[in-house]
Ligand binder design. Structure first.
Ligand SMILES: Nc1nc2c(ncn2[C@@H]2O[C@H](COP(=O)(O)OP(=O)(O)OP(=O)(O)O)[C@@H](O)[C@H]2O)c(=O)[nH]1
Ligand SMILES: [Mg+2]
Length: 365
């Protein structure tokens, strides 16, 4: 599961990426591995792990991770090959969701490619390039389907569908907002893997001064929020430059630094958590003395498949899961107390695992 960091050139994407990967590497004691200079594995902050770690006198804590990809800046005309555009667009096609960085900070030393700070214009520029690129994909598919549709009823239906999606995009609308009528259409749309169908979070990159009130007094941020509201997207206010500095600090220094800024949590942490849920991911937990660990699953995963994340034997030989929710465990204080109160449940094959379930799997192979 990967998120791509997308935006115009020079808006702070790499700065954000560097602080993301650095923060992930240091704060959570996870072996940071660079798959590629532009792909970073980032740990998902989860306070519950530390609490469980203390409760179980754990030797090792293993948090959940997600991957971020730092994608080079898109410019106007990227879909026509401007500024190596096509290659960058191909990079975006490979990610599961997008973090769209928008410049909302003033700094005359940092050149803006279009000459002035205007977040809405910038969002539109990027969206248009993504739309153009999607239209190209649709046109190729239309050409192919037209040939097939002469003696294939399904192809004829798809052709009609393709044209409807194309009309939608030609009105400068995103594929995300296209309403499919049935499961066939849904499956087709998924197959095309359109850029504008991917879920998006906006990261409004502000200056340090805008952090205490979460960007409320920044006109650009307000505009981004209003726009995102219409598109049903979330907006996070970050200062990429400050995040880069914070990422260098240890936990204690970081806490003090944030307090000075009047913040409880860095914008980056919020952004990572939101990215995780944007991908439709949740964590179930395992806890014991050797290890406390978060396991990543898709929302809606049933117990045997969740068990399979640990080992395929757990899935193959699944008998049942012994589960206590994190909040129940906290309310009771110890696992034994939770058990006494009947809050440790035995669940079977059809159980849908919930975020924060602490699980012990019983299996037999
Ligand atoms: N004042 C200020 N400058 C920033 C901030 N974030 C990034 N910058 C500066 O903006 C410049 C561009 O930052 P990058 O992170 O390289 O931008 P980018 O979006 O990756 O750019 P491309 O890779 O060229 O598309 C650098 O000089 C950063 O130091 C910020 O929050 N405030
Ligand atoms: Mg960059």
């Amino acid at each position: 599961m990967k998120l791509g960091i997308v935006g115009l050139p020079n808006v702070g994407k790499s700065t954000l990426f560097n602080s993301l990967t650095k923060a992930g590497a240091e704060s959570a004691n996870y072996p940071f591995c660079t798959i590629d200079p532009n792909v970073g594995v980032v740990t998902v902050p989860d306070e519950r792990l530390n609490v469980l770690g203390e409760m179980y006198h754990t030797r090792k804590i293993v948090p959940a991770v997600i991957e971020f990809v730092d994608i080079a800046g898109l410019v106007k005309g990227a879909s026509k090959g401007e500024g190596l555009g096509n290659q960058f667009l191909a990079n975006i096609r490979e990610v599961d969701a997008i973090v769209h960085v928008v410049r909302c900070f003033e700094d005359s030393n940092i050149v803006h490619v279009d000459g002035s700070i205007n977040p809405l214009r910038d969002i539109e520029t990027i969206n248009l390039e993504l739309i153009f690129s999607d239209l190209e994909i649709l046109e190729r598919r239309i050409a192919k389907t037209t040939k097939m549709s002469r003696n294939d009823k399904t192809a004829a239906k798809e052709l009609e569908f393709l044209n409807r999606v194309k009309d939608h995009l030609e009105e400068n609308k995103l594929a995300k907002t296209f309403q499919t009528d049935n499961e066939d259409e849904e499956a087709w749309l998924a197959e095309y893997n359109l850029l504008t169908a991917k879920p998006v979070i906006f990261a409004a990159n502000v200056s340090e001064d805008d952090l205490p009130d979460d960007g409320a007094s920044n006109e650009g941020v307000r505009a981004v929020r209003e726009y995102a509201g219409q598109e049903d997207c979330r907006v996070f206010v970050v200062c990429a430059q400050i995040e880069q500095e914070i990422a260098e600090l240890d936990d204690e220094e970081k806490k003090m630094f944030l307090e000075d800024l009047g913040l409880e949590e860095s914008g980056l942490e919020k952004l990572i958590k939101a990215s995780y849920s944007l991908l439709g991911l949740i964590s179930y937990l395992t806890a014991g003395e050797p290890e406390v660990r978060a396991w990543t699953i898709k929302k809606g995963t049933k117990a045997p498949q969740a068990a399979g994340k640990i080992h395929s034997d757990f899935e193959r030989g699944f008998i049942r899961a012994e589960i206590v929710s994190y909040s129940d465990l906290m309310a009771c204080g110890t696992h034994a107390a939770a058990k006494e109160k009947g809050l440790v449940r035995l669940e079977g094959k059809e159980y849908v695992v919930q975020d924060g379930d602490i699980i012990l799997f019983r299996f037999n192979v």
